[in-house]
Design a binder for this molecule. Sequence first.
Ligand code: NAD
Length: 491
Amino acid sequence: MGSLMGDFEEELQEVRDTFNSGKTREISWRKSQLQAILSLLKERESDIFKALNQDLGKHHVEAFRDEIGTVAKSAKYALGNLNKWTASKRVKLPLAAFPGTAKLVHEPLGVVLIISSWNFPFGLSFEPIIGAIAAGNTIILKPSELSPACSSVLVKTIHDYLDNSAIKVIEGGASVGEKLLQHNFDKIFFTGGGRVAQIVMAAAAKNLTPVTLELGGKCPAVVDFISSTWDRKVGSILIAMKRIIWGKFGACGGQACIGIDYILTQKKFAPTLVELLKKYIKKSLGDNPMESNSIAKIINNKHFSRLKGHLDEPLVKSSIVFGGSSNEEKLFIEPTILLDPPLDSAIMTEEIFGPLLPIITLENIEDSIEFIRARPKPLSVYGFTNNEKLQKRMISETSSGSITFNDAIIQYAVDTLPFGGVGGSGFGRYHGKYSFENFSHQKAVMMRGYLIDFGFRYPPWNNKKLQLLKSGLRYDYVKLVFIKIGLIKKA
Ligand code: NAD
């Protein structure tokens, strides 16, 4: 192995040369690569299913819903909108700039580094790749080492389907990530945890490289039964329970950045909520969830022990009201509900990232606003309520990447909404047009003509010029002249 700077030099030089050749700026190239992603997803579907099952125990229906289907939808959306997104946009100029025109032109940033996570190995790699391709960049992708089967399918399929002079996958863990970060990129797009995000940002600072950080945190779900109207409608309760259970356990077994982390609800309602959740967990996963193939496994022994450690804390253990069993060999932890575990225990201070659902009870549901505000800003906040007053207060008085009412996780799949965090849950946003913008620079382009010129812009200076400059700033000077000579009417 050569010097540290020497690592991956060749790969980086190749994608930089490709970017400099102008090839990836061609709209036809961008479309061909987006089409190729669609073919890859279709033709290598079974390899993707197999890898997701091997690394994460994901059922192929879940794998299709959360990764293949979602990515294909995004690629199609980008293909359908690419002409519109890439077209330059005329902007208005003040008359003082007459004669002249101005427009915004989206230019690609250059070579981008995408570092992704293991819980949605295809989704979290291809979503930013789609944006980076749509914007005309070349790409180095470093997937997570914790989902090796998926990482290896990413290498093979990207090699087979995409233009390798422009898009390369480099596999490896922290040390490979650190070596990559020593190079100069034009953009770093990182998905992962806050600790590594600090390393990424520090490395990016050396080259003033812009970064997007897609991080996690604790996403609360406010479940309001009392002031709501839907508590009296059995159908709505059924749907709400299904969505809460899915939003907690149904996406990668609770290992999802926008999964429900914990519930806030009214004290007097908590026993009913626990009974309802138990009933619907059994309905969707059967009497013995351990036997169900509809719930993903824990990614590895380290995370299994971390989650088990939460449950083994005595005061947390005594708060378990449902579930709690586990099987280390199968890396399976039963969907578990906990009622009022201590607020200073790890399960309530750290992101859970697993199938453990604490319910925290409050006297009044409005207290949930203060509860959320007192903690780091979540990636998502959920509200299961039809109480408009509470909805309005939650929107305006809490801060989070997104807020969704009466459902969970679904916002991730909406192309017209930006996806990203705020504060500790990250910054920068992507999906749909926001992905295109994330990987573009909006260049201001101005064209001037020589027909009119104002001498007071130029030295030698005198007080008359100062007066003219002051009035020029106060009024649209040309407009006044045009009104005076009758070319335009006074407003
Ligand atoms: P992580 O931060 O440990 O790793 C993320 C990526 O960084 C991996 O590819 C890893 O190999 C790489 N990495 C690790 N150490 C590095 C280093 N020193 N230098 C360079 N790269 C390094 O996170 P994780 O375990 O993969 O994911 C879990 C976290 O990610 C959770 O906090 C979760 O909420 C968050 N997450 C966020 C999103 C989102 O879209 N916002 C999606 C999934 C996960």
